[in-house]
Design a binder for this molecule. Structure first.
Ligand SMILES: Cc1cc2nc3c(=O)[nH]c(=O)nc-3n(C[C@H](O)[C@H](O)[C@H](O)COP(=O)(O)O)c2cc1C
Length: 335
């Protein structure tokens, strides 16, 4: 097992621990949708299908990036891929760095030939290895889009993490100019601010996955793995660093009408998905809640995802919305 594989398996283990989540209540809980006690629709008519990257999907929900493979990761991805294929929802892979560096095959396409598959690499790896490396990652899974993750806090806390973030934007711009598929920029739990989103758009990226504060905390996960007392002291005030998902979605939507937006970071049910869409997201992505089911079986993932889509349909019914176009017109209040 390589050291990256070992680290990835540890991440999976620590991400299951509830203490490695943000401590306060979610900002989603403070949002209330306008209830319609006269919905005038039949529940059976409700349609939550959507379009993403020119393909029809059964719900505006992405299985969020978690693992690109490792001993434990391969089994997880197999279960996630089976569910993505069966339910026709997109699957975002976790970082493919180790697989590409070691030449390991990722059998995603054999399992999910028709599902939308999003590849994944870190921003600093893209800068260091260039366009050809990114193309190998795309080709290895026949990806429909390439996700580049931006995780400066995680890199600061992670032993041996990459703390040189110079020249990232210019290298990513080269990538976005030479790839045939879209690039999606994402954080991993601290969020993409308006300032960052504008820089990313300048770098040729028009899809952003917010991955804001509110769900999985990478600072907490890395701190749990770390035994360096000095680093622990330094990192302490940054454990809940970042900007909340709900605030970021509102801010980006207010300031940047043209960016395509994926809401993520702490989305814990289908009602949160509905709130993301009303706030102006095109889709929502959910990672950690699908981890435990993915360690069990594909059936467990299918059930977990189905709960989200069913809850989304309930939100549509109770707001008198027949489809996602109607949902976007629903009023949202703050408690
Ligand atoms: C076990 C685990 C591994 C992850 N690995 C990656 C990764 O390799 N690449 C990435 O972009 N994000 C990764 N993430 C971050 C998620 O995609 C997501 O942005 C973050 O966990 C916040 O969403 P959540 O609150 O729904 O978990 C990982 C998350 C988890 C829980």
């Amino acid at each position: 097992m390589t050291s990256i594989d070992k680290r990835k398996d540890e991440h999976i283990e620590y991400a299951m621990d509830p203490t490695n989540r943000k401590t306060e209540n979610s900002e989603f809980d403070r949002l209330v949708l306008e209830h319609d006690c006269v919905p005038e629709i039949s529940f059976d008519e409700i349609d939550v299908s959507s379009m993403f990257l020119n393909q029809s999907i059964s719900a505006p929900l992405i299985i969020g990036a978690m693992t690109g493979g490792s001993r434990e990761g391969d089994r997880i991805n197999e279960n996630l891929a089976k569910a993505a294929q069966k339910l026709q929802i997109p699957l975002a892979l976790g970082s493919q760095r180790a697989a590409i560096e070691t030449g390991r095959t990722q059998k995603i396409r054999e399992i999910a030939p028709d599902a939308l598959i999003l590849g994944n690499l870190g921003a600093t790896q893209v800068r260091d290895h260039g366009v050809e490396f990114v193309k190998r990652a795309v080709e290895s899974v026949n990806a429909d889009a390439m996700v580049i993750h931006f995780n400066p806090l995680q890199e600061l806390i992670q032993p041996g993490g990459d703390t040189d973030w110079s020249r990232i934007l210019s290298e990513i711009k080269k990538c976005s100019e030479s790839l045939r598929i879209p690039i999606i920029a994402k954080e991993v739990g601290s969020g993409i601010s308006v300032r960052s989103a504008k820089k990313l758009q300048f770098g040729g990226i028009n899809w952003m996955e917010v991955a804001g504060r509110g769900g999985t905390s990478w600072a907490r996960i890395e701190m749990s793995r770390n035994s360096n007392d000095y680093l622990k002291k330094v990192a302490e005030p940054f454990l809940d660093w970042g900007m909340d998902t709900v605030s970021l979605i509102k801010l980006i939507r207010r300031n940047m009408n043209t960016a395509n937006l994926i809401g993520s970071g702490g989305i814990r049910n289908g009602l949160d998905v509905a709130k993301c869409l009303i706030l102006g997201c095109d889709l929502a992505a959910v990672a950690q809640p699908f981890l435990s089911p993915a360690r069990k079986s594909s059936e467990a993932v299918i059930e977990a995802v189905s709960v989200y889509t069913e809850q989304l349909k309930w939100a549509l019914f109770l707001t008198g919305s027949r489809n996602l176009i109607d949902l976007k017109k629903v009023k949202v209040y703050e408690k």
